[in-house]
Design a protein. Structure first.
Length: 108
C-alpha cells in the first residue's frame, strides 16, 4: 500500500460516496471483458435497483455524471463516442471499496 495525501483520500471518498459509482466499479471489477458497453452498465444498474424506474435517467446520469467523474481520477476510461468503458483499477479505491458493505436488495 502506498502513502496517500489527504487530497487523494478525499477525492476517492467523494467518488465512492454515491452508491451508483460503487455499483459501477464492482460490476466492472467482476466483468471478464476488457471493455464494457455503457448499455450493459445501464442495464445492470437498472436491474440492481428496483427503486429506479427510468432507464433514460440512469443512462443520462452515467454519461453526464458518474462515468466522467470516475474517469477524472483514471479509475476507468470512458469513451463517449464508442460508448465503451474500461476499468483501470485504483489501489486506494479498491482498498476503500472493500471497507464499504454491499447493499442487499430485497427480493419480492
Amino acid at each position: 500500500m502506498g502513502a496517500y495525501t489527504s487530497e487523494e483520500i478525499d477525492r476517492r471518498l467523494a467518488l465512492l460516496a454515491q452508491s451508483e459509482r460503487r455499483a459501477i466499479i464492482r460490476y466492472l471489477r467482476e466483468s471478464e471483458a476488457d471493455t464494457v458497453p455503457v448499455g450493459e452498465i445501464t442495464r445492470h444498474l437498472r436491474e440492481s435497483d428496483a427503486t429506479r424506474d427510468g432507464r433514460d435517467d440512469i443512462a443520462i446520469e452515467l454519461h453526464h455524471n458518474h462515468l466522467p467523474s470516475l474517469a477524472t481520477t483514471s479509475v476507468l476510461d470512458f469513451d463517449s463516442s464508442s460508448e465503451a468503458v474500461r476499468y483501470n483499477g485504483d489501489e486506494l479505491v479498491e482498498m476503500l471499496l472493500e471497507s464499504i458493505p454491499e447493499p442487499h436488495t430485497a427480493v419480492g
